[in-house]
Design a protein around this ligand. Structure first.
Ligand code: NCD
Ligand code: ZN
Length: 335
């Protein structure tokens, strides 16, 4: 039987939510991952040191049986340097959302005016705090990410020592940016390595595959696969696993987000195996993130096997990608 071992897998873009949802969902990531960069788009968003620390405690309390490091992030606002100094040891990154572009992002940035943002971004650069960005404009939905490239270029050239992570990239345009600016990095989800827009709306509409940014064209997926499968040193795995209650997905105003946390490693093995690239999966799912963020997670070893796994119809009222379907790989053991 074919098996594959992963050490200290990391999910560098993860929504854990809060309350009962947090308690139901966090253990699923904690079971198979060593740690994850937790997104701050709660309602209201995480913007103070007190909220950050209290949220981290709630996450730790939700995963009592597993070692899991919640790497915390703060919701971007134009913070001053004194505040950033006080909080920089408690966070791994700051996450910037354009206002209103996705779930719970209403308090985000409404104008990318460099002069206004300069004190915060320069202080982040000085303090070594990476900036994670949801890079989409408010343009036509298929063009939003490509249109955002000029903003990435503006930020990357004005703050050459600031590490900027292009989150959940979905286009060839974003892939092409990686080698253009030394301070640009990216996360890639598992679903964007598998689906295109055709899978979402080409036949019957699939609400559980609807997310922001929306899946794009086959040539975009090819470009993503190229850098993921070769474990380009500037790309990392970030699931963007975004749970919503079933009734909010299967509704006339479908919430954006694909829930993949409990099947992410199995799907990664399936895709990397399909393209004969399993040797590069360790870098994509852990080593690259360790070097980019300078983190050193506690030991965890996951053995996966090429044995079919029937994905549950739901996990506590959240429907995962491939619910009720059979995928090619399973988790054999976790140590
Ligand atoms: C995310 C969510 O639900 O919080 N949704 C999504 O479609 N990815 C927000 C985000 O990361 O855009
Ligand atoms: Zn997200």
């Amino acid at each position: 039987m074919k098996t594959h071992t992963l050490l200290m897998p990391l999910d560098m873009h993860l929504h854990l939510r809060d309350g009962v949802m947090l308690e139901d969902i966090a253990p699923l990531s904690a079971y198979s991952f060593s740690g994850g960069l937790v997104m701050p788009n709660l309602v209201p968003p995480v913007t103070t040191k007190e909220e950050l620390e209290a949220y981290k405690e709630r996450i730790m309390a939700a995963v009592p049986n597993d070692y899991f490091e919640p790497y915390m992030s703060l919701f971007y606002k134009n913070y001053d340097k004194a505040f950033l100094e006080s909080v920089c040891d408690s966070i791994l990154a700051i996450k910037l959302y354009p206002a209103g572009i996705t779930t719970n992002s209403e308090g985000g940035v409404s104008s990318f005016d460099i002069e206004t943002m300069k004190p915060t971004l320069q202080a982040m650069s000085d303090l070594g705090i990476p900036l994670c960005i949801h890079g989409e404009t408010d343009g036509f939905v298929m063009d939003r990410e490509a249109e955002f490239m000029s903003i990435y270029e503006l930020l990357a050239t004005n703050f050459p020592d600031l590490k900027i992570i292009m989150e959940h990239i979905t286009t060839k345009a974003a892939v092409d940016m990686l080698d253009k600016h030394k301070n640009l990095y990216a996360t890639i989800t598992i679903h964007h390595l598998i689906i295109t827009l055709d899978d979402v709306v080409g036949g019957m509409m699939k609400p559980h595959l609807f997310c922001k940014p929306i899946a794009k064209r086959p040539e975009d997926r090819e470009a993503l696969l190229h850098v993921a499968l070769s474990a380009h040193p500037k790309v990392m795995f970030g699931s963007d696993s975004a749970p919503h209650p079933q009734h909010k997905k299967e509704s006339c105003g479908c919430a954006a987000g694909v829930f993949t946390a409990p099947i992410a490693l199995q799907l990664l093995c399936e895709v990397f195996d399909k393209y004969d690239a399993l040797d590069n999966l360790q870098s994509f799912v852990s080593d690259n993130a360790q070097s980019i963020y300078g983190i050193c997670p506690e030991f965890k070893e996951i053995v996966l096997e090429k044995v079919p796994f029937v994905v549950p119809h739901n996990y506590s009222h959240v429907v995962p990608m491939y619910a009720g379907e059979t995928i090619g790989w399973s988790i054999q053991s976790v140590e």
